[in-house]
Design a protein around this ligand. Structure first.
Ligand SMILES: [Zn+2]
Ligand SMILES: [Zn+2]
Length: 419
């Protein structure tokens, strides 16, 4: 976990930097593909995923080392060949895992966050799940285990394989010639994120597109069918934590409400979107029918509120970076407490972006708990040894957060017409 925390110290500024480059490029060529609130929401989603992963909050059903130890029939040495085999095995497993995520109700819940943006840009790549709480991916790597691919090779390749899926989330790169036949390109992945009937659930490959071509899920981006991004049941919130459990919540309500015991059980494993007949008649859920004319989520927000959202994103990113930097120094219980502050912080400011009144109460609760930690320890998890005014700084930050939420939600409500 420590190595992972260290790697993130570089990965976070690197990916955020590239998002910024795309924003600047968009401004330069006057073809901006970002909007402030959506991008803040995407980057915040990335932070929640990092918190979850760096704390190792997952119940691993089967681990790869276990499989490699028990299933290996061959003993291949660590030559270039083993790297190639491992890469193909990971990519093949990734394709089927992705296909499963799109087609089965319960698995869709943990993937929907990635598709929830109605924009398509580099930031949207960082919308990663926190609801993937059960680790079963190793099962899909059984072929690699049988071939004797050592765990070390998988451990090094898996994050590289994940990071390599970042670059193709862009609208600024067109078709790429012969590469379109080998790897997943921006054009192919635009199709994947689109809800047009021609495109939905297509191009499930992660690095190689050969699997899609082989298993019949390939779809080229068509000139006369411009991709429309999002999900058929729009998330309608900037809060990434809520998006992670929206589909689960709908399934749980349906399972509770239906009269059929069999439906209560099978709804979780039925194709994505399947609902028991009795509840779907009684409680209809609307889905987008005309993909070219649907109302995208864009609640009114002043420039001040946008500025505040960026400020909170930066503040929480720095808090998280500080936590990762000190990962080895802070004991696990304190790490949980620290990450709770960031996590709840993200919940609060993204709810504020949604203009939800409870955002103020969440921020107040976080601020008061923050004061309690500061008074108890006289420090903020060792911040004082980095900057002498560390705890004062945190005090001001909490006061500012409470004050601003109060201003945006309660004062603004009385004067809705003022900018
Ligand atoms: Zn997908
Ligand atoms: Zn994607």
């Amino acid at each position: 976990m420590e190595t992972y925390a260290n790697a993130l110290l570089y990965a976070i500024p690197f990916f955020t930097g590239l998002v910024l480059v795309e924003v600047l490029y968009g401004a330069l060529v006057k073809n901006q593909k970002h909007n402030v609130m959506d991008t803040v929401s995407s980057l915040s989603s990335g932070l929640t995923n990092i918190i979850k992963d760096s704390l190792g909050l997952v119940l691993v059903l089967v681990s790869y080392p276990f499989l490699a130890e028990n299933l290996a029939l061959f003993d291949i040495k660590t030559t270039w060949l083993v790297w190639l085999i491992a890469f193909i095995a990971i990519d093949f497993a990734g394709y089927w895992n992705h296909r499963l995520s799109h087609h089965i109700n319960i698995f869709w819940n943990q993937h929907v966050i990635h598709h929830s943006s109605e924009e398509f840009n580099l930031a949207c790549a960082l919308r990663q799940s926190i609801s993937n709480l059960i680790g079963y991916f190793a099962l899909l790597l059984i072929p690699a285990a049988i071939l004797g691919v050592p765990n070390e090779v998988i451990a090094i390749l898996a994050p590289i394989h994940l990071f390599a899926q970042f670059w193709y989330h862009t609208q600024h790169i067109g078709k790429m010639g012969w590469l379109e036949y080998v790897i997943v390109t921006p054009s192919q992945h635009r199709v994947h994120h689109a809800i047009n009937p021609e495109y939905i659930d297509k191009n499930l490959g992660q690095i190689l597109c050969v699997w899609d071509r082989l298993f019949g899920t390939f779809q080229e981006e068509l000139e006369n069918v411009p991709p429309q991004y999002g999900v058929l049941k729009p998330a309608a919130t900037w809060n990434p934590i809520l998006i992670n459990f929206q589909h689960f919540w709908r399934l749980a309500k349906d399972a509770w409400r239906t009269r059929s015991i069999w439906d209560k059980v099978r709804i979780w494993f039925m194709p994505t979107g399947w609902r028991p007949t009795d509840v779907s008649e009684k409680y209809p859920v609307s889905i987008i029918e005309d993909v070219y004319n649907f109302k995208r989520y864009k609640p009114k927000s002043s420039n001040l509120l946008k500025g505040y959202a960026i400020f909170q994103l930066l503040a929480n990113t720095f808090l998280l970076l500080f936590m990762l930097y000190n990962y080895a120094e802070i004991d696990f219980r304190e790490l949980l407490l620290f990450s709770a502050f960031v996590f709840i912080g993200i919940f609060a400011y993204t709810s504020l972006m949604d203009r939800k009144a409870y955002a103020f109460w969440v921020e107040l609760l976080r601020g008061l708990s923050g004061f309690a930690v500061l008074f108890r320890n006289g420090d903020w998890f060792g911040l004082n040894s980095f900057v002498s005014f560390g705890s004062n700084f945190m005090m001001v930050y909490f006061i500012l957060s409470i004050g601003c939420s109060f201003y945006f939600l309660l004062l603004k409500k009385k004067r809705p017409n003022k900018p």
